[in-house]
Design a protein around this ligand. Sequence first.
Ligand code: VG1
Ligand code: CO
Length: 542
Amino acid sequence: MAVPVQHVSCPPFMDQRPGTSGLRKKVRRFAEPHYLAMFVQAIFDGVGELKGSTIALGGDGRYFNREASAIILRMAAAHGIARIVVGQGGILSTPAVSNIIRARGLKGGIILSASHNPGGPEGDFGIKYNVGNGGPAPESVTEAIFALSQRLTGYDILPESAGSIDLDRLGTQQLGPLSVEVVDPVADYAALMEKLFDFGRMRAWLKTNRILFDAMHAVTGPYATEILVRRLGAPASSVINAVPKPDFGNHHPDPNPAHAEELMARLWAADAPALGAASDGDGDRNMILGPKLAVTPSDSLAVLAANATLVPGYAKGIRGVARSMPTSRAADVVAQALGIESFETPTGWKFFGNLLDADRVTLCGEESYGTGSDHVREKDGLWAVLFWLDLLAATGKTVPSILAAHWARFGRHYYSRHDYEALESAKANDIMGDLRKRLPDLRGRHGIELADDFRYQDPIDGSVSEKQGVRLVFADGGRLVLRLSGTGTEGATLRLYIERFEPKTGRLDLEPREALADLIALAEELIGIKRLSGRRQPDVVT
Ligand code: VG1
Ligand code: CO
């Protein structure tokens, strides 16, 4: 029976340019008639031939996840996509999508998430496309999608009368010509973790030590429960906020000290567990805590690189490390000591894909609580937690002692990020523009050796990305970096990154605030965010 594809005419939406990680807008915007469908059509038309192929679909369970999934399935059927692998309930973490694409050799996948952004009807929604290597579409593809979105005159969809898919029922169902396989979101991912880490050793460690994992009412709840509780034998109370909610329990699912209050309080209490951790909305970020101690994400990457061979998945050693430009240079120092390559890329996981595919790097990281490896092509929150857990189990050491030993060997990169959120866009652009103009004058003053706007040339395919953030690099190794966020949905967010290197012979036990005080003051003198924005302090300090 011929399927009655419906063509819906609609003028294009002009605001569908993907940012650092997909298209993010208020739910309100996404729920406007045709808005989501038009962007999905731009994806289908912009990523290459999808007709007859199989793709993955899953989201972080936030508000609008189900509605969006249903629309995408009907559009996929109309577009001639042969098969879709979708997580039960429409749910898959971002790293799980990446794994499914890779493990099953799929053409790509669609992820419904605005990651760490708040959810609920008044919150944010997002959508992004991952390509066949399992990673976020590169800029060439996202720009092609954007260009198409501005020219579209409509989209194709199966009418609702064509039927619907029960996303809660495991197994294969049919929607017109499209077959839809509803899979357990956790199984494949958990199996992958068992290949990388020593589950027996971790199980033994958990008999005498405690972990506390905060799923922040986001997607990792079921993953953490399956892996930490069922497979590793930790008590059920080890996972808090474990039930995913469409509004994340009204919280900001952003695993940092500012947003994971309950977890922080537990780790600062007298009977703190040995390891504390949290993940974000879509499960790709991680925060690592020890008793009364938060591990800076940049340090976490460096520690994992330095100790990788202790873990089965990396026992043969790592090829190289990559970090985003604003991430501290702690990992570079480790790479140098190990005699392996290190790379500096623009912000956003999509820039690691080529390096991973070419086997130039094994570990990657971002200061924004993102760490990952070549096991998938996304950052992976729970993976990072298991890596730390396995390190603790392998060494019998504590989080504070691992860090202290690391700094004593490599020196310490004191680090902090100051976010000024929801600034008036014009004002934020002025602050950036003004600094850019003054870069030539800043060189040579205040010990500034390099003052530029980061430009990246991909070492594998030669593609160039300009204006990826202004950096002021000091002769003593310190750095100030300023860039505009590409994930916000309200006004503009400025991020100021502050870094100072203390050699191993120096003071390694200062509070970052204290260690960075002079640089923070200098940043205000040179850039003047507070002066020019009228804000008294940053909204979030991590
Ligand atoms: C932020 C982070 C960046 C990260 C991106 C997506 O981008 O700084 O490091 O890759 O979020 O993370 P921006 O442009 O706002 O600085 V997630 O967890 O939203 O997938
Ligand atoms: Co995320």
